[in-house]
Design a protein around this ligand. Structure first.
Ligand SMILES: C[S@@+](CC[C@H](N)C(=O)[O-])C[C@H]1O[C@@H](n2cnc3c(N)ncnc32)[C@H](O)[C@@H]1O
Length: 277
C-alpha cells in the first residue's frame, strides 16, 4: 500500500517560503492557462491552489464577471493566499480549505475550467478526484493538469533515486511512502480515460532551473513538499542522507549555480458534450 504525503506536516514558515520560491511552478501554471484559453467571464476551479499565485493571475484574466474558486487542504497555504488578497479589490476570487477528492460544495456542471497545477501527483485518491472534476465541469469544459512523472525523472530525482539504492538507505527506506511523483504518463492517461474525458492532449515540457547552491535546492524542495521532505527516510538516517545528497549536488556546482531540468507532463482534456464511449 502506498502511504501518501500529508498536509499536516506543513508549517507557516514553509507556506510563506513556498509563496516566494515557487516561480517555476508559477511559470508552468501560466503556460497551462494559455493553453486552456481562459476568457473573461469564465468560472474556474483551482484545485490545490497552494498560496494562490496562479489563482490571482487567473482572476485578472476572467475579470469581474468571472469567478475563481481556489481550494487547498493545507491551511497555512490558504492563510497566505487569503492574506495576500486582503484589502485588494478582488471580488471574483476566493480561497478555502478543501481537497480534490471532495467537491461536494460545488454544483454539477458549474465550471468552464478546472486547473490542477503541480498538484496531481500529491493527490491521494486520484480516481475520486477525477470523478468529482468531471461532475462539476460543464459539458465541453476543460481540465488542465501539470504534474511531474514517475517514469521521467529529472537530474535531481535521478540523484535521489541513485542515493536511495545505496546502503544503509536501500534496506531501510520505506518505498511505500510516496513523495509526490506518484504517477506515470500512462497511468494518468488511463485514469482520464476511465473518468470519461475525451480529446486528451498530453505533452512533456522540459524547463531548466538554476539553483544557487545545494542549500537552495533543499529549501525549495522542503517548501514544495509541504513538510514531507525525507519522510520516506527513517529519522535516524536523515542527517547522513542529507549530507550525502549535498556532496552529490556539490559535484554539479558551477559559477552559475546548479542547473536542473524539470520534466513536466502538461495535459489538457475535455468533458465531452455527450458520452465519450
Ligand atoms: C507543489 S504545490 C502546488 C501549488 C499550486 N498549485 C501552485 O501552482 O503553486 C502542491 C499542492 O497540492 C496540495 N494538495 C495535496 N494534496 C491535495 C489534495 N488531496 N487535493 C488538493 N490539493 C492537494 C498541497 O497542499 C500543495 O499546496
Amino acid at each position: 500500500m502506498v502511504i501518501m504525503s500529508s498536509v499536516i506536516c506543513d508549517t507557516p514558515t514553509l507556506a510563506e517560503r513556498y509563496d516566494k520560491i515557487s516561480n517555476s511552478q508559477f511559470e508552468h501554471g501560466k503556460l497551462l492557462v494559455e493553453e486552456l484559453d481562459i476568457k473573461k467571464g469564465d468560472y474556474i476551479l483551482d484545485i490545490g491552489c497552494g498560496t494562490g499565485r496562479l489563482a490571482e493571475y487567473i482572476s485578472e484574466i476572467i475579470g469581474n464577471k468571472g469567478r475563481i474558486y481556489s481550494i487547498d487542504p493545507a491551511e497555512y497555504r490558504i492563510q497566505v493566499a487569503q492574506k495576500k488578497i486582503k484589502g485588494k479589490s478582488l471580488p471574483n476570487i476566493s480561497f478555502e480549505v478543501g481537497r480534490g477528492e471532495d467537491l461536494s460544495c460545488f454544483a454539477d456542471n458549474s465550471f468552464d475550467t478546472v486547473v490542477m497545477n503541480v498538484v496531481f501527483g500529491w493527490i491521494t485518491d486520484k480516481k475520486t478526484t477525477l470523478a468529482e472534476v468531471y461532475r462539476v465541469l460543464k459539458p465541453n469544459g476543460l481540465v488542465g493538469i501539470t504534474t511531474s512523472s514517475k517514469g521521467l525523472p529529472g537530474p535531481l530525482m535521478v540523484i535521489t533515486d541513485e542515493l536511495l539504492k545505496r546502503e544503509p538507505y536501500a534496506s531501510q527506506v520505506n518505498a511505500n511512502i510516496d513523495s509526490g511523483k506518484s504517477i506515470t504518463a500512462d497511468e494518468l492517461l488511463q485514469l482520464l480515460i476511465n473518468a470519461g474525458f475525451s480529446d486528451i492532449n498530453l505533452k512533456l515540457r522540459r524547463t531548466y532551473i538554476h539553483y544557487k547552491d545545494p542549500g537552495d535546492i533543499i529549501e525549495f524542495t522542503e517548501a514544495s513538499h509541504f513538510g514531507n521532505y525525507l519522510n520516506h527516510v527513517p529519522v535516524h538516517l536523515r542527517d547522513a542522507y542529507r549530507s550525502e545528497y549535498i556532496t552529490e549536488l556539490e559535484k554539479r556546482q558551477t559559477a552559475e549555480g546548479i542547473e536542473s531540468v524539470w520534466n513536466m507532463l502538461h495535459v489538457i482534456t475535455k468533458k465531452p458534450q455527450g458520452n465519450a464511449y
